[in-house]
Design a protein around this ligand. Structure first.
Ligand code: GLU
Length: 301
């Protein structure tokens, strides 16, 4: 069978999976499998300073215990340097990017003020590379958030594609990798909605196809905090797989029966795949106490 849908899960190995990332893995898996598609796994290990030793292997072990079987070999961003360099060269050759000497402090919080857009100020050395946004307005239809439209000049301004430390920026790597893997459907958390316009802009500049995007409401901890390694969200380990799989289905509003708690993961996944078509996951961020019952809805993060 030729699968037309290609989905993916792309965790960063800055720690083991927490419940929020299990939900992201589950949503993208169910979406791809329910449509007879392929589901790929990519480890976004682009940022060695933020990487935690052993995290990538721990992530693979938890996914395997959850029964979330990926197709083909795992892609590691740390091994994709040549593809990123080629994309950076193409952007530079077409004049779409420019070297920038500004420090973070000089740019401040707002959109990039354009300081180096027309050449480096005298005596300054290039640190990063930025891509021009011009007057690009990026519009796309998100599967669950509806129509989105952003003017890049007023949101990010010209944004970084190669960082001052020489590392490739996340937006560029994601766009290059998704296209190389033939990803057709990106399903991920709402926290990444604001990065999508920049990624679509890069697809346009590099002549790459734009996948369909669906951003679902992310999991918030008991106190309304985003689950992250910084807020010490507990790790979901292989031993917790059955409980976490049931809770992820529950969070995604697939309403698994209470007596299926602790059922074998294969059974839970079959159940989720069968119910996914036409399903709407939560649109807004929602508090969920993973170790217990749903704590109810909260506002967006
Ligand atoms: N690696 C990114 C993260 O963990 C996600 C990339 C993506 O889904 O586009 O936040």
């Amino acid at each position: 069978m030729t699968a037309t849908v290609v989905g993916r899960f792309a965790p960063s190995p800055s720690g083991p999976l927490h419940f929020g990332s299990v939900v992201a893995a589950m949503a993208s898996y169910l979406d791809a499998r329910a449509r007879g598609g392929r589901w790929l796994l990519r480890i976004d290990d682009l940022d060695p300073p933020r990487e935690v030793a052993g995290a990538a292997d721990a992530i693979l072990a938890t996914l395997a215990a959850l029964g979330l079987e990926w197709d083909g070999a795992v892609t590691y961003q740390s091994r994709r340097g040549a593809a990123y360099r080629e994309a950076l060269e193409r952007l530079a050759a077409s004049g779409a990017s420019f070297p920038c000497a500004c420090t973070r402090a000089m740019v401040g919080k707002g959109p990039y003020p354009g300081t180096c857009r027309n050449g480096l100020p005298p005596g300054r050395r290039a640190r990063a590379v930025r891509v021009r946004v011009g007057d690009a307005r990026i519009a796309f239809e998100d599967r669950w958030q509806g129509r989105q439209e952003r003017c890049l000049a007023t949101s990010s301004g010209d944004f970084v594609v190669r960082r001052a430390d020489g590392l490739v920026a996340y937006h560029l790597a994601v766009v290059v990798d998704d296209a190389a893997a033939g990803v057709t459907d990106v399903v991920r958390g709402l926290d990444l909605l604001d990065s999508t316009p920049q990624q679509i802009h890069l697809q346009h500049l590099l002549g790459l196809p734009t996948p369909s995007y669906g951003h679902f409401g992310v999991v918030l901890g008991r106190h309304g905090n985003k689950l992250s390694k910084q807020t010490r969200a507990p790790a979901v380990l292989a031993d917790d797989a059955a409980q976490a799989a049931w809770a992820a289905l529950d969070f995604l509003r697939l309403t698994p029966p209470a007596d299926a708690r602790g059922a074998p993961v294969a059974e839970l996944l079959r159940w989720g795949v069968a119910r996914w078509p036409g399903h709407e996951p939560p649109r807004a961020a929602m508090v969920y106490d993973y170790s217990g019952d749903a704590a109810g809805a909260a506002g967006t993060a």
